[in-house]
Design a protein around this ligand. Sequence first.
Ligand code: AMP
Length: 218
Amino acid sequence: MPPALVLIGPPGAGKSTLTGTLLERFRLVRVATGELLRAEIAAGTALGRAAAQYVERGALVADGLIDQLLRASLDAIPADTGVLLDGYPRNVHQADVLDAVLRHTGRPLTAVLALDLPDAEVVRRLGGRRECRGAGAPWVLHVDDAAAVARCRAAGGTPVQRADDRPAVIRRRLAVYRAETEPLLTRYRAAGLLRVVDATGAPAEVATRAVAALASAQ
Ligand code: AMP
């Protein structure tokens, strides 16, 4: 049966960075609600216009809009293909919707991988996070990584800060995570699905820990 894997973690924990390894290792298709929302906002669709006001202030986008986005993206993936949910679910309502949608498509929830990162490190990482834009697909770098900044500029790109990576918005997103998303871990722990991974350190180290934690869940 095709697996469904959920990736949960505070903003800046490295969820999206980790997905490259997981997609390749477990042959999954990624559904990242944050990225889908940013694409809708950039394209100026009705959903994007409605979602923008939430994203800009670091709040969770209204459940009705996210439900629509999730159902449409899962419907577009062949039933025999596994999915990696990056940034979804983020509250109890979304976890309920996910259970229902997965039951409907015959995809069991295989595991929930939770990235663990202290608040101070979240603030440090997000405060320095930039997207290299203007040189192919945008990729993420940190301002302290001089080599990455140089690589971005050499390719004709510019490191740009996401509007929701400003300090006040970072604090809000972190508070929302601790209040609304983190409690889901209790539910997934009780279901025997939870794997918690230490997200400190270099991306390669985190990826190794994550693959090891998930290998036992396959
Ligand atoms: P991310 O790229 O996952 O950090 O998401 C960026 C922003 O998009 C979040 O701060 C929320 O405003 C919004 N967002 C992404 N995923 C969700 C979701 N599952 N539910 C509600 N809002 C979301």
